[in-house]
Design a protein around this ligand. Structure first.
Ligand SMILES: [Fe+2]
Ligand SMILES: [Fe+2]
Length: 177
């Protein structure tokens, strides 16, 4: 039997998603200060997405009548050794979140919480996309290391990470879903 309830574990993940959001604001601020506005905009948008993930989890807990805890804000990194480092860190973060999501999925199975398992499915798919997105960006930024304007062009041209509305996405608290 699992020692932690799914609701407790999901509350922890809410903290992780908010932390991811804050870290992406940190990356965005770094690029903004370096006058790399496309990279900044990319991370500002990713920050919003992570916040939305947290709010989806909040809505889920509300829907199933569980307690919601809103975590403290922890300081995140805003200075980096070079322009590649934020993307490298972002890829590591997405991989780590992936592991956290799989652990939640596994826990839902273990405790036979079918609602929770179904809820987590969307996040499993989302993590595949986000890891792919960040590793693509790392390829581009790595190649453009000495001239990040090339990465700016790539983002302007390809608009990576832009998502149309996804009808399968869980509703987020406060979004009227
Ligand atoms: Fe996320
Ligand atoms: Fe993410």
């Amino acid at each position: 039997m699992a020692e932690k309830s799914f609701a407790d574990a999901l509350n922890e993940q809410i903290a992780n998603e908010f932390a991811a959001s804050q870290q992406y604001v940190g990356c965005a601020v770094y690029y903004d200060a370096e006058t790399l506005p496309r990279l900044a905009a990319f991370f500002y948008r990713q920050a919003m997405e992570e916040r939305e993930h947290a709010m989806m989890m909040v809505q889920y807990l509300l829907d199933v009548g569980e307690e919601v805890r809103i975590p403290d804000i922890k300081a995140q990194q805003t200075s980096f050794s070079d322009g590649v480092a934020p993307v490298k860190a972002a890829l590591e973060q997405e991989k780590r979140v992936g592991e956290e999501i799989y652990a939640l999925f596994e826990l839902a199975r273990e405790v036979k919480d079918y609602r929770a398992e179904q809820f987590m499915q969307w996040f499993v798919k989302e993590q595949v996309e986000e890891v792919a997105l960040m590793s693509d960006l790392l390829n581009v930024v790595g190649r453009a290391e000495d001239n990040l304007l090339l990465a700016e062009d790539y983002i302007a041209r390809e608009n990576p990470g832009a998502e149309g509305s996804d009808p399968t996405a869980p509703p987020a608290a406060g979004m009227g879903g």
